[in-house]
Design a protein around this ligand. Structure first.
Ligand code: PLP
Length: 363
């Protein structure tokens, strides 16, 4: 068995321990004689799995009691619609556009009401986070929307925007559980789990109870109403049962590792190794304004497309997978989520140094 160092942006690397445990339980989950994949979502065994997963997530993130935790389907992209459908009461929402995902969310919200782009970093290919200390927040805005970590461009908010009292909604798909957050500062935190938590097919929505509308427009499909899922504790219909089970295992792994403060420490350490090298390299350079750099997604270039392609190919041959940048950006991107060991980053940097020496970089 040869495991590679997988720098994919998502679906992405998962803790080996979790995969092994799941493999051990594949044919017989705790004496039930069946796989979790084959199990009724109404069974006692499954009920324990989903309840424990929720509790472990609550413990990890210190989620206040007045927030619901929902395990839903449709990916992060379905939330682009679900959020305006459920949260637009005045029919107005403000969007800060810092990348493709925020842009898509904004475009979707335009279908359901007046979505206002109050800031953007598109002028410089989304390579920075705009100043959000005094934005023209609409008086009627039902919420202010951000994508907190921009997976494609590798930027992250250092500080949350000043929403002037309005509800903050954040897509945290690619920074979920990478560091502690103060949940009470948000109205909604959501993310697809396939970046930093588990297998594709699950999206987790953490939503303050008072934001869940009793009634929505009758055109809103039942499956797209937060209340339906909240009332049924994520078991209105068959949930993505196996995916939730793996997420639960990752939550336990994170607890065992020391929780989110410890993850933050590790993630900072890993990111520093890579950024320090990029800052000193004569061949490679980072593409993001320094103060806005993500701890999770690190884009870089050589400045020469052919050399970029050569690097990606040679890296792949050496066991470093998925380093090609997003198709809309080019260059390279190393995603170094929670489950990427420090050793993987160290070895990547050693490989980059060697490549630099062999390809005209100064020694
Ligand atoms: C990947 C990603 C999405 C899209 O997720 P899907 O689950 O494929 O819909 C949205 N937002 C961010 C920040 C992402 O990284």
């Amino acid at each position: 068995m040869a495991r590679v160092y997988n720098f994919s942006a998502g679906p992405a690397v998962l803790p080996e321990e979790v995969l092994k445990e799941a493999a051990d339980e594949m044919l017989d989950y705790k004496g039930t004689g069946m796989s979790v994949m084959e199990m009724s979502h109404r069974s006692a065994a499954y009920d324990a799995i989903i309840k424990e997963a929720e509790q472990d997530l609550r413990d990890l993130m210190d989620i206040p009691d007045n927030y619901k935790v929902l395990f839903l389907q449709g990916g992060a992209s379905q939330q682009f619609a679900m959020i305006p459908m459920n949260l637009m009461k005045n029919g107005v929402a403000d969007y800060i556009v810092t990348g493709q995902w925020a842009k898509k969310a904004y475009a979707e919200a335009c279908k359901y009401g007046k979505a206002v782009k109050i800031a953007s970093s598109e002028d410089k290919t989304f390579s920075y986070i705009p100043d959000c200390s005094d934005l023209p927040i609409d008086e009627d805005a039902d919420y202010v929307y951000i994508c907190e970590n921009n997976t494609i461009y590798g930027t992250k908010y250092r500080e949350l925007p000043n929403t002037k009292g309005k509800t903050l909604v954040a897509d945290v798909s690619s920074c979920f559980l990478s560091e502690p957050v103060d949940v009470s500062r948000y109205g909604v935190i959501y993310g697809g789990v396939q970046k930093n938590i588990g297998p594709a097919g699950v999206v987790i929505v953490i939503i303050r109870e008072d934001l869940i509308p009793e009634e929505v427009d009758k055109s809103v499909p039942t499956m797209l109403q937060y209340k339906v899922h909240a009332d049924a504790q994520s078991l209105y219909n068959t949930p993505p049962a196996y995916g939730i089970y793996i997420c639960g295992k990752v939550f336990k792994w994170l607890k065992k590792m020391g929780g989110l403060s410890e993850m933050k420490k590790r993630n900072e350490e890993k990111a520093r190794i890579l950024y320090d090298f990029l800052d000193s390299s004569s061949l490679f350079k980072g593409t993001v304004r320094k103060e806005d750099r993500s701890l999770m997604n690190v884009p870089f270039v050589t400045g020469d497309k052919e050399l970029d392609a050569k690097f990606v190919a040679e890296a792949k041959a050496a066991g470093f997978e998925n380093l090609k940048g997003h198709r809309t950006v080019g260059g390279m991107r190393a995603s170094i989520y929670n489950a990427m060991p420090k050793e993987g980053v160290e070895k990547l940097v050693a490989f980059m140094k060697k490549f630099e020496e062999e390809n005209g970089g100064k020694k």
